[in-house]
Design a protein around this ligand. Structure first.
Ligand code: GLY
Length: 421
């Protein structure tokens, strides 16, 4: 079987790494892929956002299954296009992708199916949003309706900050079209977890719950990033709480997807906050999380290719879906300055040594330059390790992190600490 993985980050490297373990797969292409994928996939210079070029490529190479990493192509309808052309692809069409592509649509969906989430008001007019800020009290959670590369949620601790956030979105168009419509949402407090599920239109299967670390620096300080590390499973999720989440959130969501006549198979990422009043949905995504994928797939004992292929065929009930009871940790090594401006092209050392120490190194922002592996992005590497306990997985991971070096690199030193209970 031939597989095409779309995207170029750590998530896509992990997906390709797991698919490569399938005996059914002969060849993997990555579009465009990254330097770390070169031994398992043929990286082809096709833009992940260019759905027409990707469809032409898939037809020409007779791809058996395409797996989409990032949200952009899903929201812009790559699955609808591939389906029209008879190409097999895992992911929701543009209607299902609204779960992530429109925060307003997702909130209204949650309302229709009684899925617990924070209260909200949607605004199309700048003046009404500003009025709501004047009448409310901080903290305010302000979200752009559309896709904003992970930067579309602003938490504001004063009226002045909130007014500025509304201006940035609705007046100054800092987020382009995504911010023309916004929601102002109830501020919720509690630990956040990510639960990822594969859905085939009838059945679903869950990967191990995980926890991301969104802030750049230790103790959850500094600016929001795409994610600085993750671990799984989440020890504070006991059976009772897991059942509550399954019944009130996961089952109602999949029932809603069926009621809305959203066709096809896809991945639903549940971003959940565990409040004192119970678990609530903070957000949905319609694709694998990054860096959650880097910790859930090493704990997945099944054949990922088979799972995604059979999900597209609506046969998820025929495949083995078993998660390991081990723990996994991933620490992201980033370029100095990230998530703001940073330099690229620095040589990376210590990759082989970290591998020798039992780590799996998932590449995100790397490139090959004259035979050397160099930095090429903000999040550069996800150093990952599996062990029997979370403590051992973290020790093994940080043992690898300490030996990898490039100019101005940084990583958090407290990934997984909240899980050490
Ligand atoms: N880790 C957050 C996300 O993938 O959106």
């Amino acid at each position: 079987m031939k597989v095409l993985v779309i995207g170029s980050g750590g998530r896509e490297h992990t997906i390709a790494w797991k698919i490569d373990q399938s005996e059914k797969v002969d060849k993997i292409y990555a579009a465009p892929g990254n330097a770390g994928m070169k031994d398992i996939a043929e990286c082809v210079p096709v833009d992940a956002e260019d759905k027409h070029a990707l469809a032409r490529f898939a037809l020409e190479k007779e791809i058996d299954l395409t797996v989409v990493g990032p949200e952009g192509p899903l929201v812009s309808g790559i699955v609808d296009l591939f389906n029209e052309k008879g190409l097999r692809i895992f992911g929701f069409g543009s209607k299902g992708a609204l779960l992530e592509g429109s925060k307003v649509w997702a909130k209204q969906f949650m309302g229709r199916y009684r899925i617990p989430t924070g209260g909200f008001t949607a605004f199309d007019e700048h003046c009404f949003a500003q009025e709501a800020i004047d009448d409310g009290s901080p903290p305010f959670v302000i979200k752009a309706d559309g896709l904003a590369a992970g930067k579309g949620v602003i938490i504001c601790n004063s009226h002045a900050e909130a007014r500025d956030a509304v201006d940035r979105m609705m007046k100054r168009s800092d987020f382009g079209k995504a911010g023309q419509r916004i929601i102002i949402e109830e501020y919720l407090e509690g630990p956040e977890i990510s639960i990822l599920a594969v859905f085939d239109g009838k059945d679903y299967r869950l990967f191990v719950p995980s926890q991301d670390h969104k802030r750049a620096f230790d103790n959850d300080e500094g600016p929001n990033t795409g994610g600085m590390g993750a671990y799984a499973p989440v020890p504070f999720l006991d059976h009772e709480l897991s059942e509550k989440i399954r019944i009130e959130i996961i089952e109602r969501t999949f029932n809603g997807i069926q009621q809305e006549k959203i066709k096809g198979a896809g991945l639903v990422y549940f971003g959940i906050i565990l409040t004192e009043a119970g678990p609530k949905v903070l957000e949905y995504n319609c694709r694998f999380g990054d860096p959650e994928t880097q910790v859930i797939l090493p704990l997945f004992n099944g054949d990922l290719f088979e799972v995604l292929y059979e999900a597209v065929m609506q046969n998820l009930d025929t495949v083995d879906f078993e998660n390991s009871t081990d723990s996994c940790a991933c620490v992201v090594i980033a370029s100095g300055g990230y998530p703001g401006e940073y330099k690229k092209g620095y040589e990376i050392s210590g990759l082989k040594e970290a591998d020798d120490r039992g780590c799996i190194i998932f590449h995100a922002g790397t490139a090959i330059d004259k035979g050397r592996t160099v930095t090429a992005g903000g999040r550069v590497l996800g150093v990952t390790a599996v062990a029997r306990t979370l403590e051992d997985a973290l020790n093994k991971t940080y043992n690898g992190v300490e030996i990898i070096k490039f100019k101005d690199c940084f990583s958090r030193t407290d990934i997984g600490k909240k899980g050490l209970i």
